[in-house]
Design a binder for this molecule. Structure first.
Ligand SMILES: Cc1cc2nc3c(=O)[nH]c(=O)nc-3n(C[C@H](O)[C@H](O)[C@H](O)COP(=O)(O)O)c2cc1C
Length: 172
């Protein structure tokens, strides 16, 4: 199969997950390209047998603008799948799900699956993080600092192994 893995990624987490998926699919003998969504021509999507689209989660219903652009303007192939990274344990299931449902209802598109994992909010390190934390009540601030510590380094080796497993499951 000719497969495209494309992702919006600002600080590298989602790209890392996408690259693990590429590795897994290549291990299975597939022809795989992994490209940042901003560099993908939306009209090229139809030339793939499967397109796997990834993004960070930005708020309850938002995904990265480059991933969103491919979904709204792209000429999608019949088979797609999604993956996303997010820093909160609690996931916003609607972020991708709403789009997936709409795509399946509107066209001959089958969403093969969705994968998600934790990605440390690297954008909130340093001054940005201080600003973010300073707006919180002391108890919230303490919990947020504890959470940042807990998720440091994610996606980790375990997350990436699961991403590989997911990618391979798309071939079944
Ligand atoms: C401005 C901003 C908003 C974010 N909003 C959320 C959010 O609502 N929920 C969440 O779980 N993570 C949120 N995150 C965390 C990112 O989704 C997460 O760190 C992701 O792994 C970043 O991916 P990237 O490294 O590929 O850019 C936010 C991060 C930023 C910078």
């Amino acid at each position: 199969m000719k497969i495209l893995i494309t992702y919006h990624s600002d600080t590298g987490n989602t790209a890392k997950v996408g690259m693990s998926m590429k590795e897994a699919l290549e291990e299975e003998g597939q022809e795989v390209s992994a490209i940042h969504a901003k560099d993908v021509d939306p009209s090229s999507l139809k030339s793939y047998d499967l397109v796997v689209i990834g993004s960070p989660i930005y708020g309850p219903r938002n995904i990265g603008k480059h991933a969103k652009a491919l979904l709204t303007k792209g000429d999608l192939p019949p088979k797609i799948a999604f993956f996303y990274t997010h820093q909160q344990y609690k996931l916003y299931p609607k972020a991708f799900g709403g789009i997936a449902k709409k795509l399946e209802e509107e066209g001959n598109i089958k969403v093969l699956g969705e994968f998600e994992c934790i990605g440390a909010a690297l954008a909130l390190e340093g001054a940005m993080g201080e600003k973010y934390l300073s707006s919180m009540r002391p108890d919230q601030r303490e919990a947020a600092i504890k959470h940042f510590e807990e998720i440091k380094g994610r996606p980790n080796a375990d997350d990436l192994a699961k991403a590989k497993e997911f990618a391979k499951s798309l071939l079944k």
